[in-house]
Design a protein around this ligand. Sequence first.
Ligand code: ZN
Length: 295
Amino acid sequence: MDKLIHGVAADATVRVMAAITTDTVREAVRRHQTSPTVTAALGRVLTGTLLLGSSLKDFDRLTVKIESNGSVEGIVAEALGDGKVRGYVKNPVAELPLRSDGSFDVTGIIGKGMFYVIREAGFEVGFRPEPYIGSVPIESGDIGEDFAHYLLKSEQIPSAVLLGIQLQAEEPYVTCAGGVMIQMLPSSDENIAVMIEDTILHMPKLTDSIREGATPEDLLKMTLGIIDYEILGEKDVKFECNCSYERAFQLISSLGKTEVRLMLEQDKGASMTCGFCNETYTLNEDDLKRILEAD
Ligand code: ZN
């Protein structure tokens, strides 16, 4: 089971989060049939969204949205307080050749555009305060750097964001995935930032460690070096959507009887595919008749 932890370091002057997201990214690939470079991009966005939302409470929701002019066109990920995350890309088959250093050209398929973060509190219990929406232009398209750029420009938090996805040619295509986020609070010491930067510069590749079995806490230790930390929370995370047959049924009902009658007469049924998870729900003739007979 994938895990997400969050805590504090250096006498609570630094916020830290780490996650292993291998199964989460595998499920995203299975559902959306993404190309390798899109898998790297979507995997990083899903992981970054989980990290950014690590201290979400039940009923909170955090959405990260990229709208860009590259061939992937757009990416959306949404994390909930209970550790569920879902996400999709507009064009799952966007692809570019590997870069000269052998890495996936995530920057190339993203291109230029905007990076949005939408924070909503208590969205399912009926009271909906205005969502907080922050946005920055896409700085690098590398995604990790874009999360860091967003935190700095929009929330005034200097940070380090490491997101790693390692792929393989055979199913399940994702060897391992995970990430670390370090946020410097206003009270933090400049020396701590320098120490962390230096540790990151010299540490082994994140994905190599995850492949060898590192836990989220191991990733934190690698990143923090000798700086002490305290873990404040841990949760299981997974790719899971909140769509259902009942929701699809309600949505089709809401189209109105004229529309439903047309579906029944012309198509003998109706089907709906959820954009977030690619699940298709099919309503047969009896289902449509049930909608028409309801008052
Ligand atoms: Zn869905």
